[in-house]
Write a protein that binds this ligand. Structure first.
Ligand SMILES: [Zn+2]
Ligand SMILES: [Zn+2]
Length: 259
Protein backbone atom coordinates (compact mmCIF):
# COMPACT_ATOMS: atom_id res chain seq x y z
CA UNK A 1 0.00 0.00 0.00
CA UNK A 2 1.53 3.31 -1.04
CA UNK A 3 -0.81 5.56 0.91
CA UNK A 4 -2.33 5.13 4.37
CA UNK A 5 -4.29 7.95 5.99
CA UNK A 6 -5.48 5.96 9.01
CA UNK A 7 -2.80 5.86 11.73
CA UNK A 8 -3.17 6.32 15.49
CA UNK A 9 -0.75 7.27 18.29
CA UNK A 10 -0.56 6.63 22.04
CA UNK A 11 -2.73 9.67 22.79
CA UNK A 12 -5.92 7.68 22.37
CA UNK A 13 -4.86 5.35 25.23
CA UNK A 14 -5.05 2.20 23.14
CA UNK A 15 -2.21 2.37 20.60
CA UNK A 16 1.53 1.83 20.59
CA UNK A 17 3.58 4.78 21.90
CA UNK A 18 6.36 5.70 19.51
CA UNK A 19 5.40 7.87 16.51
CA UNK A 20 8.80 7.29 14.96
CA UNK A 21 8.25 3.55 15.05
CA UNK A 22 5.14 3.97 12.90
CA UNK A 23 6.99 6.17 10.44
CA UNK A 24 10.01 3.86 10.18
CA UNK A 25 7.78 0.81 9.75
CA UNK A 26 5.76 2.58 7.08
CA UNK A 27 8.91 3.52 5.18
CA UNK A 28 10.20 -0.05 5.45
CA UNK A 29 6.89 -1.33 4.07
CA UNK A 30 7.12 0.98 1.06
CA UNK A 31 4.47 3.48 2.15
CA UNK A 32 4.99 6.80 0.38
CA UNK A 33 2.27 8.89 2.02
CA UNK A 34 1.45 8.49 5.71
CA UNK A 35 -1.40 10.29 7.41
CA UNK A 36 -1.75 10.37 11.19
CA UNK A 37 -5.39 10.42 12.18
CA UNK A 38 -5.61 9.83 15.90
CA UNK A 39 -8.99 9.84 17.64
CA UNK A 40 -9.99 13.49 17.72
CA UNK A 41 -10.21 15.57 20.88
CA UNK A 42 -13.86 16.43 21.55
CA UNK A 43 -14.85 19.45 23.68
CA UNK A 44 -17.38 17.56 25.77
CA UNK A 45 -18.65 18.93 29.09
CA UNK A 46 -16.23 17.99 31.90
CA UNK A 47 -18.52 15.30 33.30
CA UNK A 48 -18.48 13.43 29.99
CA UNK A 49 -15.24 11.48 29.98
CA UNK A 50 -14.16 9.77 26.78
CA UNK A 51 -11.37 7.24 27.34
CA UNK A 52 -10.34 6.46 23.78
CA UNK A 53 -9.34 9.89 22.46
CA UNK A 54 -6.70 12.53 23.17
CA UNK A 55 -7.70 15.34 25.51
CA UNK A 56 -8.39 18.85 24.26
CA UNK A 57 -5.27 19.96 26.17
CA UNK A 58 -3.13 17.38 24.36
CA UNK A 59 -4.21 18.45 20.87
CA UNK A 60 -1.67 21.26 20.25
CA UNK A 61 1.23 18.96 21.17
CA UNK A 62 -0.05 16.23 18.85
CA UNK A 63 -0.28 18.51 15.82
CA UNK A 64 3.05 20.19 16.57
CA UNK A 65 4.89 16.90 17.01
CA UNK A 66 3.57 15.33 13.81
CA UNK A 67 4.46 18.50 11.87
CA UNK A 68 7.97 18.36 13.31
CA UNK A 69 8.29 14.73 12.22
CA UNK A 70 6.85 15.62 8.81
CA UNK A 71 9.67 18.10 8.30
CA UNK A 72 12.30 15.78 9.69
CA UNK A 73 11.29 12.88 7.40
CA UNK A 74 10.42 15.03 4.38
CA UNK A 75 12.99 13.43 2.10
CA UNK A 76 11.90 9.87 2.94
CA UNK A 77 8.11 9.95 3.22
CA UNK A 78 5.24 12.42 2.87
CA UNK A 79 3.48 12.89 6.21
CA UNK A 80 0.13 14.51 6.94
CA UNK A 81 -1.64 15.22 10.20
CA UNK A 82 -5.37 14.82 10.69
CA UNK A 83 -7.84 13.04 12.95
CA UNK A 84 -10.47 10.35 12.93
CA UNK A 85 -13.66 11.96 14.20
CA UNK A 86 -17.27 11.08 14.89
CA UNK A 87 -20.08 13.35 13.88
CA UNK A 88 -21.72 14.48 17.13
CA UNK A 89 -24.19 17.26 16.32
CA UNK A 90 -24.03 18.96 19.73
CA UNK A 91 -20.25 19.40 19.72
CA UNK A 92 -19.21 19.13 16.08
CA UNK A 93 -18.84 22.85 15.26
CA UNK A 94 -16.71 23.48 18.37
CA UNK A 95 -14.62 20.40 17.58
CA UNK A 96 -13.94 21.53 14.02
CA UNK A 97 -13.02 24.99 15.26
CA UNK A 98 -10.52 23.45 17.67
CA UNK A 99 -8.98 21.43 14.83
CA UNK A 100 -8.77 24.46 12.57
CA UNK A 101 -6.94 26.42 15.24
CA UNK A 102 -4.43 23.60 15.46
CA UNK A 103 -3.78 23.35 11.74
CA UNK A 104 -5.43 19.96 11.28
CA UNK A 105 -5.19 18.96 7.61
CA UNK A 106 -8.00 16.45 7.29
CA UNK A 107 -10.67 14.39 9.05
CA UNK A 108 -11.74 10.80 8.56
CA UNK A 109 -15.27 10.00 9.67
CA UNK A 110 -15.46 7.08 12.10
CA UNK A 111 -18.87 6.95 13.80
CA UNK A 112 -17.86 4.93 16.88
CA UNK A 113 -20.82 6.10 18.96
CA UNK A 114 -24.35 7.30 18.31
CA UNK A 115 -25.98 10.59 19.33
CA UNK A 116 -23.37 12.61 21.28
CA UNK A 117 -21.54 9.74 22.97
CA UNK A 118 -23.42 10.49 26.20
CA UNK A 119 -23.79 6.85 27.18
CA UNK A 120 -21.49 3.85 26.86
CA UNK A 121 -24.33 1.79 25.43
CA UNK A 122 -24.40 4.05 22.37
CA UNK A 123 -21.31 2.29 20.99
CA UNK A 124 -21.76 1.51 17.29
CA UNK A 125 -19.77 -1.73 17.28
CA UNK A 126 -21.84 -3.54 19.92
CA UNK A 127 -24.08 -6.28 18.56
CA UNK A 128 -27.68 -5.14 18.18
CA UNK A 129 -30.80 -6.40 16.46
CA UNK A 130 -32.63 -3.11 16.96
CA UNK A 131 -33.45 -1.49 13.60
CA UNK A 132 -33.79 1.91 15.31
CA UNK A 133 -30.10 1.83 16.20
CA UNK A 134 -29.19 0.79 12.69
CA UNK A 135 -31.24 3.66 11.32
CA UNK A 136 -29.65 6.10 13.77
CA UNK A 137 -26.15 4.97 12.76
CA UNK A 138 -26.92 5.47 9.09
CA UNK A 139 -28.72 8.80 9.56
CA UNK A 140 -25.96 10.21 11.71
CA UNK A 141 -23.20 8.99 9.40
CA UNK A 142 -24.94 10.52 6.40
CA UNK A 143 -25.31 13.82 8.27
CA UNK A 144 -21.60 13.72 8.98
CA UNK A 145 -20.68 13.05 5.37
CA UNK A 146 -23.01 15.85 4.28
CA UNK A 147 -20.87 18.42 6.13
CA UNK A 148 -18.45 18.05 3.22
CA UNK A 149 -15.52 18.07 5.64
CA UNK A 150 -14.55 14.40 5.66
CA UNK A 151 -11.92 12.89 3.38
CA UNK A 152 -13.45 9.43 3.66
CA UNK A 153 -15.66 7.22 5.80
CA UNK A 154 -13.64 4.76 7.91
CA UNK A 155 -15.07 1.28 8.56
CA UNK A 156 -18.57 2.12 7.22
CA UNK A 157 -19.61 -1.39 8.26
CA UNK A 158 -18.81 -0.69 11.94
CA UNK A 159 -22.41 -1.18 13.05
CA UNK A 160 -22.83 -4.78 14.21
CA UNK A 161 -26.41 -5.44 13.21
CA UNK A 162 -27.67 -8.95 13.93
CA UNK A 163 -31.35 -8.36 13.16
CA UNK A 164 -33.46 -8.55 10.02
CA UNK A 165 -31.29 -8.80 6.91
CA UNK A 166 -33.75 -6.81 4.81
CA UNK A 167 -33.48 -3.90 7.25
CA UNK A 168 -29.69 -4.11 7.09
CA UNK A 169 -29.72 -3.96 3.32
CA UNK A 170 -32.25 -1.14 3.23
CA UNK A 171 -30.36 1.16 5.58
CA UNK A 172 -26.83 0.31 4.53
CA UNK A 173 -27.82 0.85 0.93
CA UNK A 174 -28.98 4.33 1.96
CA UNK A 175 -25.54 4.89 3.45
CA UNK A 176 -23.78 3.72 0.27
CA UNK A 177 -26.00 5.83 -1.93
CA UNK A 178 -25.43 8.97 0.15
CA UNK A 179 -21.68 8.35 0.15
CA UNK A 180 -21.72 8.12 -3.62
CA UNK A 181 -23.84 11.26 -4.02
CA UNK A 182 -21.64 13.18 -1.58
CA UNK A 183 -18.53 11.73 -3.24
CA UNK A 184 -17.14 10.28 0.00
CA UNK A 185 -15.01 7.13 -0.49
CA UNK A 186 -15.60 4.13 1.81
CA UNK A 187 -12.69 2.55 3.67
CA UNK A 188 -12.20 -1.19 3.86
CA UNK A 189 -10.64 -1.43 7.31
CA UNK A 190 -7.76 -3.89 7.56
CA UNK A 191 -7.58 -3.80 11.36
CA UNK A 192 -10.99 -5.46 11.37
CA UNK A 193 -9.47 -8.48 9.60
CA UNK A 194 -6.52 -8.58 11.97
CA UNK A 195 -8.70 -8.52 15.08
CA UNK A 196 -11.34 -10.83 13.61
CA UNK A 197 -14.01 -8.21 14.08
CA UNK A 198 -17.43 -8.31 12.42
CA UNK A 199 -16.08 -5.96 9.74
CA UNK A 200 -15.08 -5.79 6.92
CA UNK A 201 -18.47 -7.37 6.27
CA UNK A 202 -18.90 -8.91 2.85
CA UNK A 203 -22.66 -8.24 2.90
CA UNK A 204 -21.90 -4.53 3.18
CA UNK A 205 -19.34 -4.45 0.37
CA UNK A 206 -21.80 -6.25 -1.90
CA UNK A 207 -24.09 -3.25 -1.48
CA UNK A 208 -21.21 -0.84 -2.08
CA UNK A 209 -20.42 -2.70 -5.30
CA UNK A 210 -24.05 -2.48 -6.43
CA UNK A 211 -24.09 1.23 -5.69
CA UNK A 212 -20.74 1.81 -7.38
CA UNK A 213 -18.98 3.42 -4.42
CA UNK A 214 -15.44 4.74 -4.40
CA UNK A 215 -13.28 2.63 -2.09
CA UNK A 216 -9.96 2.89 -0.30
CA UNK A 217 -7.94 0.61 2.00
CA UNK A 218 -6.98 1.75 5.51
CA UNK A 219 -4.60 0.11 7.97
CA UNK A 220 -6.17 1.77 11.00
CA UNK A 221 -2.69 1.27 12.48
CA UNK A 222 -2.60 1.08 16.27
CA UNK A 223 0.84 -0.60 16.14
CA UNK A 224 3.85 -0.04 13.91
CA UNK A 225 3.70 -3.71 12.94
CA UNK A 226 0.42 -3.05 11.09
CA UNK A 227 2.31 -1.88 8.03
CA UNK A 228 3.80 -5.33 7.60
CA UNK A 229 0.46 -7.15 7.42
CA UNK A 230 0.69 -7.82 3.70
CA UNK A 231 -1.61 -10.82 3.74
CA UNK A 232 -4.40 -8.69 5.19
CA UNK A 233 -3.91 -6.11 2.47
CA UNK A 234 -4.13 -8.91 -0.11
CA UNK A 235 -7.28 -10.20 1.55
CA UNK A 236 -8.86 -6.75 1.38
CA UNK A 237 -7.94 -6.31 -2.27
CA UNK A 238 -9.30 -9.77 -3.06
CA UNK A 239 -12.61 -9.12 -1.34
CA UNK A 240 -13.09 -5.91 -3.31
CA UNK A 241 -11.87 -7.41 -6.58
CA UNK A 242 -14.32 -10.31 -6.18
CA UNK A 243 -17.09 -7.74 -6.19
CA UNK A 244 -15.65 -5.74 -9.07
CA UNK A 245 -14.34 -2.90 -6.88
CA UNK A 246 -10.86 -1.38 -7.10
CA UNK A 247 -9.60 0.65 -4.15
CA UNK A 248 -8.14 4.03 -5.02
CA UNK A 249 -4.44 4.27 -4.28
CA UNK A 250 -4.53 7.91 -3.31
CA UNK A 251 -7.70 9.67 -2.29
CA UNK A 252 -7.25 13.48 -2.27
CA UNK A 253 -7.35 15.00 1.22
CA UNK A 254 -10.33 17.26 1.82
CA UNK A 255 -9.45 20.48 3.60
CA UNK A 256 -11.39 21.20 6.79
CA UNK A 257 -11.03 24.94 6.37
CA UNK A 258 -13.86 25.75 3.96
CA UNK A 259 -17.62 25.65 4.38
ZN1 LIG B 1 -8.52 3.40 17.88
ZN1 LIG C 1 -12.19 3.85 14.01
Amino acid sequence: MLVNYHTHTWRCNHAEPDERAYIEAAIAAGVKVLGFSDHTPYPFPPEQHSWFRMSVEEAPRYFRLIRRLRDEYADRIEIHVGVEAEYYPAYFPAMVELLRQNGCEYMLLGQHFLFNEEKPEYGSAAATDDPARLRQYVDQTIEGMATGLFTYLAHPDLIHFTGDEAAYRLHMRRLCRAARELDVPLELNLLGFHDNRHYPARRFWELAAEEGNRTVLGWDAHTAASFGWRSLEDRGRRLLADLGLTPEERVPLRSIMGK
